[in-house]
Design a protein around this ligand. Sequence first.
Ligand code: NAD
Length: 282
Amino acid sequence: MTAAIKDLNLKGKVAVVTGGGGVICSTMARALAAHGVKTAILDLNLEAAQKVAAEIKAESGVESLGFSANVLDRASLEAAKKDINQKLGKIDYLVNGAGGNAASATSKVEKMKDGDALEDTFFGLQLEGFDKTFDLNFKGTLLPTLVFAADMVENKFGGIVNISSMNSYRPLTRIPAYSASKAAINNFTQWLAVHFANTGIRVNAIAPGFLLTNQNRFLLVDEKTGASTPRGQKIMNGTPMERYGTPEELSGTLLYLLSDWAEFITGVVIPVDGGFSAYSGV
Ligand code: NAD
């Protein structure tokens, strides 16, 4: 006799989604709400957070509220937590989605050649850009976890999903700070998964492949012609499915990782990438 498959068991839980006003995380929050999860949409941009929350509430009928917080400011996170606890209840899930790159830590050339102006190469990268990128991606995951996982420890139950990137496995050209900071996310995901292994809290990550969003559009599409840039074309060549992913295509993995279907899964980073990470290019 086959055992009946478990329920996802997401309904009625409370999730905090950082960067919830943005492209990927607003879509993730929508997917959570569609499965009955109450969502706290956290963003630096309160207006964006509240707009997403209002849309989610209207679409799903499930409670969703926007909160303003800076993932780099512990006091603002603590204040948001107090507010969330009062309005939505104790926190069960955390999606660490706020993240990004800094132009000043992006080199102009991919591979240095004789005659290149030094400022267009590795030597033109700004330390300030590294600080910003490492802070946002790494500390911006660490601090919300320190604040919001407190409820999970109390409840002896919780799910944390960090948002990594393809860059974390092998760095992409031009963006060393972003790549290294996302590699740090994978490492931290494993470390915390082990640390929390006996607390009821699971910690995993999703490494999205290439999606076309405001963060990378300037690198991938020619603003004037709308055609792929040479870099965009390389991505197509390196993606066996030969297309960009959509934010919606990350949702299944998020729901799965938070659900009871994944109750023996902790410390993994799942690529959702159309085969990019599996392909040697030949
Ligand atoms: P986005 O720029 O649309 O969203 C990011 C959101 O984070 C914005 O609403 C912004 O206001 C918010 N934010 C920025 N700094 C913040 C701070 N200090 N405190 C609180 N909120 C802050 O970006 P996105 O493309 O949706 O990316 C979301 C996540 O996915 C990021 O971690 C990104 O690195 C990762 N990612 C994106 C792609 C892609 O192709 N877009 C691929 C892989 C990984």
